[in-house]
Design a protein around this ligand. Structure first.
Ligand SMILES: Nc1ncnc2c1ncn2[C@@H]1O[C@H](COP(=O)(O)OP(=O)(O)OP(=O)(O)O)[C@@H](O)[C@H]1O
Ligand SMILES: [Mg+2]
Length: 273
C-alpha cells in the first residue's frame, strides 16, 4: 500500500497497564478514499488499534498519523478539535440516552461549529434522512431498535462531515438484512462524501460488499495481510486462507467440523431396533 494514506501506523506498540503489549511493532497504512476491513480473532487488538488511531490510548512506542498528524502527541484540549475530522462508531454504539436522537447529532455540531441554529437543525435533518431515520428525530435512543440505534450512531459519527469514519463492528448483533442495509449505507456515505472508512468486521458477506482493502491481524496483533481484497482472498497465510474459506480462524490442523463429527455418529433407524 502506501499511496497517500489517510492513516499511517508506524512501529506501533500499545497495551494496558503492566501486562504484555497487545500490539507490538505494528506498521500498516490505510488508504485514502477506500473502505478497509480490519479482520482478526477476538482479543487480537482491533479496538485497541482504533483507540490509538483516535489518540484515546497513547502508544508505548511508535506512532499513528491521521492525515499526517500524530493525534497522541496533541495536548488533551487540542484533541477534540483534531478529532472533529474523524467519525467514530464505537463497538458499543455509545449515544446519550437522556436526550433525543436529534440532540445527539446536534451536540458535536454545537461543540465544534459556530453555525446558526437553523443551519444546524437542517444539517441534523439531512444526516437523519441519509440514514433513514428522519421520522425518529424526537425519539430517545432507548426507544429505537438495535438496527435503528446503529444507524443513529452512524448519523452522529457523520455529524461533522468527517474525512475518516471508523466503525468498530457496526453490524454486530444485527439480523443479516439489517446488517446488509448498514453496509449499503456505509458505501453510499463513502461515495457521497468521499470518505475514507475503516470497519472492523467478522462478516465475510459484509467484507465482500464494502471492502476495497483488508488488514488482517492475528493473535498478539501480528499483521498477517494488508492490501486489496483480491490479494487477501489469494493469501496463503493459513489464518487468512482459513478465514476466507469460511473455516474457524486458528482451528488446529485436522480439526473436524461439527457436521463431520455428527455424520460419524448418525444412528441408522435399523440399528436402534
Ligand atoms: N481497558 C482495558 N484494560 C485492560 N486490558 C484491555 C482493555 N481493553 C482491552 N484490553 C485487552 O486487550 C486485548 C485486546 O483487546 P481489544 O478490545 O483490542 O480486542 P479486539 O480485537 O477488539 O476484540 P473483539 O473482536 O472481541 O472486539 C484483550 O486481551 C483485552 O483483554
Ligand atoms: Mg473490539
Amino acid at each position: 500500500m502506501g499511496i497517500d494514506p489517510i492513516i499511517q501506523v508506524v512501529d506501533l506498540s500499545a497495551g494496558y497497564g503492566e501486562g504484555p503489549p497487545v500490539l507490538t511493532d505494528l506498521s500498516v497504512d490505510f488508504r485514502r478514499g477506500r473502505v478497509t476491513a480490519v479482520v482478526g480473532t477476538s482479543g487480537c487488538g482491533k479496538s485497541t488499534l482504533f483507540k490509538c488511531i483516535v489518540g484515546l490510548l497513547r502508544p508505548l512506542s511508535g506512532r499513528v498519523l491521521v492525515a499526517g498528524r500524530d493525534l497522541s502527541s496533541l495536548e488533551e484540549d487540542e484533541l477534540p478539535k483534531a478529532l472533529a475530522r474523524v467519525g467514530l462508531l464505537f463497538q458499543q454504539g455509545a449515544m446519550l440516552n437522556s436526550t433525543t436522537v436529534a440532540e445527539n447529532i446536534l451536540l458535536p455540531m454545537k461543540e465544534h461549529t459556530d453555525l446558526p441554529a437553523e443551519v444546524m437543525d437542517e444539517m441534523v435533518r439531512l444526516k437523519l434522512q441519509s440514514v433513514g431515520l428522519a421520522h425518529a428525530a424526537q425519539k430517545l435512543p432507548s426507544e429505537l431498535s438495535g438496527g435503528m440505534r446503529k444507524r443513529a450512531a452512524l448519523a452522529r459519527a457523520m455529524a461533522l462531515d468527517p474525512e475518516l469514519l471508523l466503525c468498530d463492528e457496526p453490524s454486530a448483533g444485527l439480523d443479516p438484512r439489517t446488517a446488509a442495509d448498514l453496509d449499503d449505507l456505509i458505501l453510499s456515505l463513502k461515495d457521497t462524501f468521499k470518505m475514507s472508512v475503516v470497519v472492523v468486521t467478522h462478516e465475510l458477506a459484509s467484507i465482500d460488499t464494502i471492502a476495497d482493502d483488508v488488514v488482517f491481524l492475528g493473535r498478539g496483533g501480528v499483521l498477517h495481510y494488508a492490501g486489496p481484497l483480491a490479494g487477501a482472498r489469494a493469501c496463503l497465510v493459513p489464518e487468512v486462507a482459513d478465514f476466507f474459506a469460511r473455516r474457524a480462524v486458528g482451528a488446529p490442523e485436522g480439526t473436524r467440523s461439527l457436521l463431520e463429527v455428527l455424520k460419524g455418529k448418525v444412528i441408522r433407524p435399523e440399528a436402534r431396533a
